[in-house]
Design a binder for this molecule. Structure first.
Ligand code: G
Ligand code: G
Ligand code: MN
Ligand code: NA
Length: 251
């Protein structure tokens, strides 16, 4: 059974590792950025999915320490890669509602940027639709502060959770990530994907599709006007060393 103590120990003993999945231009295949995805390599239990341990980390509060570690690590890595390859990769970091809700969340983001020396324009935070169910005002205020910092914000898993349309108009966000469930069936039925893409365009918001696994899905997305793509079709999430190879050698 997983416990809070195990999570803290995992952080201390460096059992946590960030993988990176490219985000690409669907037309050219160029890598424009990457999403950092947390992995736990437990010495005895082997690989443990974040789907298993993030909920526990949220319940026990260790998500705060883990989340800060993730953000700092992802920012440092991105600054190094941008410097090394002379590129402008944007890193996307998943943020839990608990983390975002902390009074010092913005200070924590500033600290990570300062310590890593990453230009804020290369950082994007992925939050979910459920973030503003309570405390809409507080969430909007924090989003405004992030915008002022130069950090961008994406709504992850878009379309699967709570989101009224008026709320989208109120929240200063930069990108909608079309959830995989709408990409899965897109060749048979593109109703929802099309609606999200059109709505984003009308609101002046960027859009990216996640969970793209096949060429026919890519083609349908391009036809609908969504050129930003993430999914196994291009690459699975990779350990940093492998991601670097992809950046440098294109494989
Ligand atoms: O990569 P994978 O499919 O295993 O991720 C499973 C879930 O864990 C996804 O919902 C993803 O958003 C979440 N996740 C991955 N890394 C992080 C992280 O660093 N912080 C938070 N809060 N969630 C993460
Ligand atoms: O909740 P979030 O969107 O952050 O989580 C993304 C999850 O989707 C990660 O666990 C990642 O490993 C996974 N993922 C990324 N691309 C694909 C894909 O093309 N197919 C499938 N099945 N999963 C994917
Ligand atoms: Mn995500
Ligand atoms: Na998602």
């Amino acid at each position: 059974k997983l416990s809070k103590e195990m999570l803290i120990k995992a952080l201390e003993e460096e059992e946590l590792e960030l993988y990176y999945q490219p985000k690409v231009n669907g037309v050219t295949g160029d890598i424009t950025g990457m999403e950092s995805l947390l992995r736990w390599n437990h010495p005895e239990k082997g690989f443990i999915s974040p789907a298993e341990f993030i909920p526990l980390a949220e319940e026990t509060g260790s998500i705060i320490a883990i989340g800060e570690w993730v953000l700092k690590k992802a920012c440092e890595q991105t600054r190094r890669w941008n410097q090394m390859t002379n590129s402008s990769l944007v890193v996307a970091v998943n943020i839990s509602n608990i983390q975002f809700g902390k009074v010092d969340f913005i200070e924590m983001v500033k600290r990570a940027l300062k310590e890593s020396k990453l230009n804020p324009k290369y950082l994007e935070l992925e939050i979910t639709e459920s973030i503003a169910v309570n405390n809409e005002e507080e969430v909007i205020n924090k989003l405004i502060l992030l915008k002022e910092l130069g950090v961008s914000v994406a709504i992850d898993d878009f379309g699967t959770g709570y989101s009224s349309l008026s709320y989208l108009q109120k929240l200063p966000i930069d990108t909608l990530k079309i959830d995989k469930v709408f990409v899965d069936d897109i060749v048979k039925d593109d109703t929802i994907a099309k609606m999200i893409i059109d709505m984003a365009q009308n609101l002046g918001i960027s859009v990216i599709a996640e969970g793209v696994e096949r060429e026919d899905q890519l083609n349908q997305l391009l036809k609908l006007g969504c050129g930003s793509i993430q999914g196994y079709l291009f690459s699975r999430p990779l350990p940093a060393e492998k991601f670097k190879d992809l950046l440098i050698k294109g494989n």
